[in-house]
Design a protein around this ligand. Structure first.
Ligand code: NAD
Ligand code: UGA
Length: 312
């Protein structure tokens, strides 16, 4: 079976490609090395499988390439390409978000609408919920993003639903909750934090540290993506969380213990676009996708720490 992974050189996409190759899929990966963070991280990710006989890499921008040709013989589409990051999505940066999150998704759905795909899995986000007192966040709960990023991801999620209704494109959208682990993006907290520990540098701490996240380890997300591809229905949305809601200060204490170093925290105000709390209700994903997050925060942080030390 042939799969297309968009964003294949990215953090989550590269882990997914490895899982699919391991399961015997032929994989086409597309990525344009967007400059949201330094290219060498993405080249490193890709180096893990780019010579695999069942892998083909396409170095193109989804908004500028022949998507029909890309989708030829493809059974499963995993659409992970996008411009991530909540705090950086304001102002003049916004056009990057509309282009890579919204336009790219619309073009891919258009190209997919006349094909007989097995599944089109879209990487959505917990950022679609925004701030809510209704925790844990439910798939049928209110969606009111607090970042422009979240607004573009929600709009693209709506497009997936529209194309499933109007053209039968077999879409499933998965709302990932703050993903971490080896290859995590360098603009995300644990990466920034651990790199600062290694360098003996100060760590910027936004807000009071009592904000919480349902941190999710990358291999659990990849398992969820894989299971969603085999889900028999379409047009639905599922949360993929890590299974526990942890404050940033608790996670920091855990990481300090793993590293054996105390962090030098430098406090800043809460940033525009940041949600105060996230927590995923997982009943639907458990029941319908057989999704069971397996990697706890301490184990996951140990793996990210080992990885960061190995590349530093
Ligand atoms: P990432 O930046 O590491 O990976 C995304 C990849 O997509 C990048 O390598 C980038 O070059 C590529 N890309 C972007 N626009 C493209 C385009 N127009 N054409 C071709 N390639 C393009 O990010 P990630 O953290 O791996 O996130 C992957 C997906 O998961 C994103 O859609 C993101 O919104 C979503 N997500 C991530 C998290 C998280 O915590 N990391 C949480 C929720 C949702
Ligand atoms: C992450 C991803 O970056 C988004 O792409 C994704 O869509 C989102 O998860 C999601 O789950 O929807 P975020 O939760 O902000 O967003 O993840 P981090 O960047 O790792 O931030 C976690 C916490 O650390 C936030 O409260 C943030 O304010 C804080 N932080 C971040 C700091 O205190 N200092 C920093 O330097 C960076």
């Amino acid at each position: 079976m042939k799969s297309l992974v968009t964003g294949a050189a990215g953090f989550i996409g590269s882990h997914l490609v490895e899982k699919l190759l391991g399961a015997g899929h032929d994989v086409v990966g597309i990525d344009c090395f967007l400059d949201n963070y330094p290219r060498h991280f993405k080249e490193h990710n890709l180096a893990n499988f780019e010579r695999h006989p069942k892998f083909r890499f396409v170095n193109e921008d989804l908004t500028k390439t022949d998507l029909k040709a890309l989708l030829l013989d493809v059974g499963y589409v995993f659409h992970l390409a996008g411009q991530p990051g909540v705090r950086s999505s304001w102002g003049s940066e916004f056009s990057r978000y509309t282009e890579n999150n919204l336009s790219a998704t619309q073009l891919l759905l258009e190209a997919a609408k006349d094909l007989k795909l097995e599944k089109f899995v879209y990487a959505s986000t917990s950022s679609v919920y925004g701030d809510t007192a209704d925790l844990p966040m439910r798939e049928d709960g209110l969606t009111r993003p607090v970042s422009p990023y979240g607004a573009t991801k929600l709009a693209a999620e709506h497009l997936c639903h529209l194309y499933s209704q109007a053209y039968g494109v077999p879409t499933v959208a998965l709302r990932f909750f703050t993903v971490y682990g080896p290859r995590q993006r360098p603009d995300m907290f644990f990466h920034i934090f651990m790199r600062a520990l290694l360098a003996g540098a100060a760590v910027p701490l936004y807000d009071d540290g009592e904000q919480t996240r349902d941190f999710t380890f990358c291999s659990d997300i990849v398992d969820g993506l894989y299971n969603a591809a085999h889900y028999p229905r379409h047009g639905e949305v599922f949360n993929l969380g890590g299974g526990s809601q942890v404050s940033l200060l608790t996670a920091i204490a855990m990481a300090e213990k793993i590293a054996g170093v105390k962090a030098n925290l430098q406090r800043f105000d809460r940033q525009r676009g940041d949600v105060r709390h996230t927590s995923a209700r997982l009943d639907l994903a458990r029941d319908k996708l057989n999704y069971h997050p397996r990697v706890g925060l301490e184990e996951g942080l140990k793996q990210e720490w080992q990885w960061l030390k190995s590349i530093s």
